[in-house]
Write a protein that binds this ligand. Structure first.
Ligand code: ATP
Ligand code: MG
Ligand code: MG
Length: 657
């Protein structure tokens, strides 16, 4: 057969490599350790690690920890675990904060070169100087009075800033980029030589880019205690100052990031060139930034703040929990969304953060059990739900890695997972809601040992033995009290076939639990004289010797929200609460699994793949298809004597099971 196609040597990714072919590709995945990773990050991990691996290179896991106070140990740990779970091994684990000394030295160097200055303008004055009139309108730009100060004064003030002379908001170190460029400088005249014209066009493009209007490099932060460097620093570098320099210091060759950063690319190059870490107009020396589209998943929420609200059960404001969208909420939401992207926290965002973290918001019952609740789309939740890491990687790559954002829906992900599991996991019989069936024509000790394949289409998975006995259990769903012409399973006086058993069964009579009104026992007959019936149902036999059935609690997860667009809900006022799907978790406390489950547990992971096969055994890697039911895995809460199952996905779309 033909060589398998390497997705990293196709299309956009191939192009990125061709622009700068090197002996060794060195990439990095640079999460900010301020929350749990989500499905979007699975793309970032797959692209950065996968690209490097395909070209024989390496990838660092870099904690971009330049924001003090937001970082917590559990995020570092979880991020490391998720990279490993996805089957990747970081070449090195690094921390931007490890470079704080060098970064500061380089800030002084930039100042010494006359390419940075201390600015005392208020945020409003900075905006005005940048010509930002609001609403996306721009007026003329003017450099402030601080722009012309001497190198010596700037250096002294930078040191003062470092030594605690200023309070937050009083001062920033700004890069001297193109804010002060005057239109006359790039106005093209008829007599200009072609080379001059080209230069001027380039200058115009740079000076038109808001990312180059003297962006901040260092600022004094409100809270200054840092997870790793403690109280050493009162000033911290911005993303714009840090990212490109740390890329260069780590010898990154290809700095792959999402498309929002495309307009920042000239700023990335500007700083590296200013420090001689890159040559002007060339990607040969130093790191090269290139951008790929984000992965957006509709039908759920990925924002950290919003998930925190679900986990904590916090809403803010006094607004009643209602469906009515208050006026002006759209604006608030926008602010909230934008705030997620930024380094500093605009007020709207910090209001929510404060409410969530300090408990000042109004409390309602939490909608989910934690950040790893299988109804969420964080990576810890997807892992717990039983989604195989390989299915996530395949999903990301099947959507394609290009510059366009990949927009998709939760049900497309489910369908992709379903296809992935179809031939990779073994099949077992599992009864969610059992009814006892006793065969009046069989002796008490009747035992038929059935040899059953784990996958009828895949001999490699082998077989196992299940007992067919005088008493078996079938699913409530497969029985009706009254016969009906379009019900093909078991009903009063009718017969039905059994999967993996020799003969069909016929219902003779049934009884009900008087307290619940539910059918709790069926008396039946088994044998070759019984007509085959029109369907075959699954069942579980009862035998101590075979350790059958295995009792379990099965959890079925459905969408958390009724709407397909939960991002459009009134989050700020807690309006999401009214849209919660009350049936998002359905529990079957008395489920039963056939004894093949014991074999599955011992031989996990299913499927065998990197990330799970190498590490400590994840419970969620115990996966199987419950025949006619759904795909399941073992939940993290399971113990040696209590089996809890999670539904990974249904067998078909919208079975409602
Ligand atoms: P979010 O704001 O969505 O919680 P983030 O941007 O704050 O995420 P980071 O920790 O900064 O998260 O992200 C680490 C890397 O993952 C960055 O390179 C970022 O561009 C990338 N990334 C984040 N979200 C997505 C996404 N939806 N699709 C692809 N890559 C993403
Ligand atoms: Mg973001
Ligand atoms: Mg970020």
């Amino acid at each position: 057969s033909a060589e398998p196609v390497d997705p990293f040597k196709q299309g956009w990714l191939r192009g990125v490599y061709n622009e700068k072919p090197l002996e060794q590709v060195h990439t990095r995945f640079p999460p900010e350790p301020n929350g749990y990773l989500h499905i979007g990050h699975a793309k970032a991990i797959t692209v950065n690690f996968g690209f490097a691996r395909s070209y024989g290179g390496v990838c660092n896991l870099r904690f971009d920890d330049t924001n003090p106070s937001k970082e917590e140990e559990r995020y570092f740990t979880s991020i490391k675990e998720m990279v490993h779970w996805l089957g990747f091994e970081p070449h090195k684990i690094t921390y931007s904060s490890d470079e704080f000394d060098k970064l500061y030295e380089l800030a002084e160097e930039l100042t010494r070169r006359g390419k940075a200055y201390i600015c005392y303008c208020s945020p409003a004055e900075v905006k005005k100087g940048r010509g930002q009139l609001g609403g996306g309108e721009y007026g003329p730009r003017t450099a402030c009075a601080h722009w012309t100060r001497s190198v010596e004064e700037n250096l002294e003030e930078l040191r003062g800033m470092r030594d605690g002379k200023y309070k937050p908001g009083e001062v920033v170190l700004r890069m001297k980029q193109y804010l002060a460029t005057k239109p006359e400088e790039y106005e093209i005249n008829d007599e200009d030589a072609p080379a001059t014209k080209k230069e001027k066009e380039k200058l115009k493009a740079l000076s038109d880019n808001p990312a180059l209007w003297d962006a901040a490099a260092y600022r004094v932060t409100k809270s200054s205690h840092h997870h790793r460097t403690g109280d050493k620093w009162k000033i911290y570098p911005t993303y714009e100052f840090t990212h490109c320099i740390v890329d260069a210091l780590e010898d990154i060759t290809h700095s792959l990031c999402t498309v929002e950063f495309e307009t920042l690319r000239p700023a990335y190059n500007w700083l590296l060139e200013a420090l001689d870490m890159k040559d002007e107009g060339s990607d040969k020396k130093g790191p090269m930034q290139r951008e790929y589209g984000r992965l957006n998943v509709e039908g759920t929420i990925l924002s950290k703040r919003r998930i925190a609200m679900l986990v904590e059960g916090t809403i803010i404001g006094d607004a009643p929990v209602s469906n009515e969208t208050a006026d002006g909420v759209a604006g608030d939401l926008e602010e909230l969304t934008l705030a997620e992207e930024g380094d500093d926290e605009p007020e709207a965002a910090s209001e929510v953060t404060k409410a969530v973290t300090s408990g000042t918001g109004r409390k309602i019952p939490p909608a989910v059990g934690g950040w790893d609740d299988p109804r969420l789309f964080t990576l810890v939740a997807l892992r717990r739900r039983g989604v195989p890491p390989g299915a996530l990687k395949k999903f990301v790559l099947d959507l394609g890695v290009t510059k366009a954002n990949a927009n998709t829906m939760t049900h497309s992900l489910d369908s992709s997972i379903r296809t992935y599991l179809e031939r990779t996991v073994p099949r077992l019989m599992l009864v969610l809601d059992p009814i006892k069936v006793t065969f009046q024509n069989l002796p008490n000790d009747y035992l038929e040992e059935r040899e059953v394949p784990f996958d009828p289409k895949d001999k490699e998975k082998g077989t196992h033995k299940v007992p067919f006995t005088k008493t078996i259990y079938i699913d409530q769903d497969d029985f009706r009290e009254e016969d009906d012409s379009d019900f093909f399973r078991l009903s009063s006086g009718q017969s039905v076939g059994l999967l993996n058993a020799e003969f069909p069964i016929r219902c003779v009579s049934f009884s009900k639990d008087p307290s619940t009104g539910k059918v709790n026992e069926i008396i039946a007959e088994y044998g070759k004289e019984i007509p085959a019936g029109r369907a075959r149902i699954h069942w579980v036999g009862e035998s101590g010797a075979y350790k059958s059935p295995v009792k379990a609690e099965a959890r079925i997860f459905n969408s958390l929200f009724k709407t397909q667009k939960p991002n459009e809900l009134d989050w700020k006022n807690g309006g999401y609460h009214d849209d919660l799907n009350r049936d998002s978790l359905v529990t079957y406390p008395n489920a039963m699994i056939e004894c093949g489950f014991n074999h599955i547990q011992e031989n996990a992971p299913w499927p065998k793949e990197e990330g799970e096969a190498n590490g400590s055994k994840e419970k969620s890697s115990v996966r199987f298809q419950g025949l006619r039911t759904a795909f399941f895995c073992l939940d993290a809460d399971s113990t040696d004597d209590r089996v809890i199952l999670n539904r990974i996905v249904s067998l078909k779309e919208d079975t409602g099971k």
